[in-house]
Design a protein around this ligand. Structure first.
Ligand code: ATP
Ligand code: MG
Length: 448
């Protein structure tokens, strides 16, 4: 993409309404624009990152054997009356009346609808296990929307639902989700720690929240520092293997890590003092086993091996897709702007032309641009007439992890400059070598 043809409405001033750094940078980098409280338009740069995050989630869900689908945002109240949640949900639910005076609502989550789909089409244990998921907009009329996309009213969420014959099977689905989430967040350059969370009114159920440590997080968390040393890395897990998934769960949840809702001072005190940490975290996901909570009242049953009709065991598993943009920025920035991890960066590399209009510099930039594009990479080429300082400031603000700087002086010696956004370190090398390096970083190889 050439910047002169793109839509990147960068703000010079720091918007006064933004209290935290991710919100400030998302506004300044022209990623989002508020349309009303807690509701945002996703401008091209923000939309690009949102799509990257979504792509990673789809890839990892597929790897775990989960099936994508899409449900409507507007739902009939009737299903929610069946489960009893129409009255329970309270003010956070946006209720709508249609022209026929029917009660509708904007989905805050979709357990009821998916359970209805299940009961309409599945009737035998032979069709299980089954895990369906979607990535879809949700609406919760939060009392205090704030921090930009972190606590919106309209927000983008991955919500998945497992259907299993037995509690054991459903717990395997739970573990499988935990494993796939660990991989998912790591690919986004994040460390998200599974923490035992509050199971709500129905006791005995399993639930973990995934938290990214950040000073601006809304949750207070307590953990054993050893947990931050764990890495999922690129291990190959057979998601059908109960033992393998269980082993990962045990590894990642056996150390103390809890939110304030489940925190227990007495148990925490058993962690050696030098490893005890109190911090703040951003909730980026949650997995939940809730058994037959919806399947029983809604009649989602299957015939088991002995011919008996039994309610299915279910769980739901969410990822805060739009919130993740904020969380990633909170975890990765400096005082000049965002520093995108390679896995989610909106463009792979920036190209800065120090002397636009100089025939040689223009030609060199065009050649680098063409080579990167041919490799399947997406560069953002600042081909505007802005002075160098302004170009650097924009690149730093929008946070592309790599920048190639091209100027007449370097070209005389046959070199361009390759700069890491994260370390600020620069290296001079021939244009082809710079392209080669970028290709290596992103794991792509020249074709032919
Ligand atoms: P919170 O405690 O932050 O209100 P929640 O526990 O009610 O969240 P879930 O129902 O678990 O939320 O939803 C799954 C994920 O969706 C959460 O882990 C979070 O990342 C994200 N999420 C929830 N509410 C919002 C919101 N208002 N804005 C943006 N993301 C949200
Ligand atoms: Mg939650």
């Amino acid at each position: 993409m050439r910047l002169s043809r793109y839509f990147l409405p960068v703000l010079k001033e720091t918007p006064s309404e933004a209290q935290i750094v991710s919100h400030r940078y998302m506004l300044r980098a022209g990623m989002i624009k508020q349309s009303s409280a807690g509701i945002y338009s996703w401008l091209p740069l923000g939309f690009k990152v949102l799509r990257k995050i979504e792509d990673i989630i789809h890839e990892e869900q597929k790897r775990a054997g989960h099936i994508p689908m899409l449900m409507p945002t507007i739902q009939s109240a009737d299903l929610w009356r069946e489960s009893g949640r129409y009255d329970d949900y309270g003010e956070e639910m946006l209720r709508i009346r249609d022209r026929h005076d029917r009660d509708m609502l904007f989905t805050p989550t979709a357990e009821e609808l998916i359970t209805d789909i299940f009961r309409s089409h599945v009737g035998s244990y032979k069709d299980l296990p089954l895990t369906l998921y979607q990535i879809q907009w949700k609406f919760r009329d939060e009392i205090r929307p704030r921090f930009g996309v972190m606590r919106g009213r309209e927000f983008y969420m991955k919500d998945g639902y497992n259907f299993d014959l037995t509690k054991e099977d459903a717990l395997h689905a739970y573990n499988r989700h935990l494993v796939s989430y660990l991989r998912t967040y790591e690919r986004m350059g994040l460390q998200a720690i599974p923490m035992r969370a509050d199971s709500g009114p129905i006791g005995g159920d399993d639930t973990h929240e995934f938290l990214v440590l950040a000073e601006t997080g809304e949750s207070e968390v307590f953990y054993d520092s050893q947990i931050t040393e764990l890495k999922f890395g690129d291990r190959q897990i057979d998601y059908d293997s109960v033992e393998q998934c269980q082993a990962v769960l045990e590894e990642f949840t056996s150390r103390y890590a809890r939110t304030d809702e489940t925190h227990d001072e007495a148990i925490f005190a058993e962690v050696p003092e030098e490893r005890r940490r109190t911090a703040r975290g951003i909730e980026v996901g949650q997995i939940f086993y809730f058994g037959t909570k919806y399947s029983e009242p809604m009649g989602a049953t299957v015939v088991d091996k002995d011919g008996n009709r039994v309610p299915v065991h279910m769980g739901s598993h969410g990822i805060g897709v739009s919130r993740l943009l904020g969380a990633i920025i909170e975890a990765s920035h400096d005082d000049k702007g965002i520093i995108w991890p390679e896995g989610v960066t909106p463009f792979h590399c920036g190209i800065v032309n120090l002397k636009q209009g100089d025939a040689e510099a223009d030609a060199a930039c065009d050649a680098i641009y063409a080579s990167l594009t041919a490799l399947g990479l997406e560069p953002l080429y600042d081909d505007t007439n802005e002075r160098a300082g302004g170009k650097f400031a924009t690149m730093d603000l929008i946070g592309l992890p790599w920048r190639i700087t091209v100027g007449p002086r370097g070209l005389k010696n046959g070199v361009v400059e390759l700069t890491s956004r994260r370390t600020g370190e620069s290296e001079e090398l021939p244009p082809e070598a710079a392209v080669e390096r970028i290709a290596q970083i992103y794991g792509v190889v020249a074709k032919g």
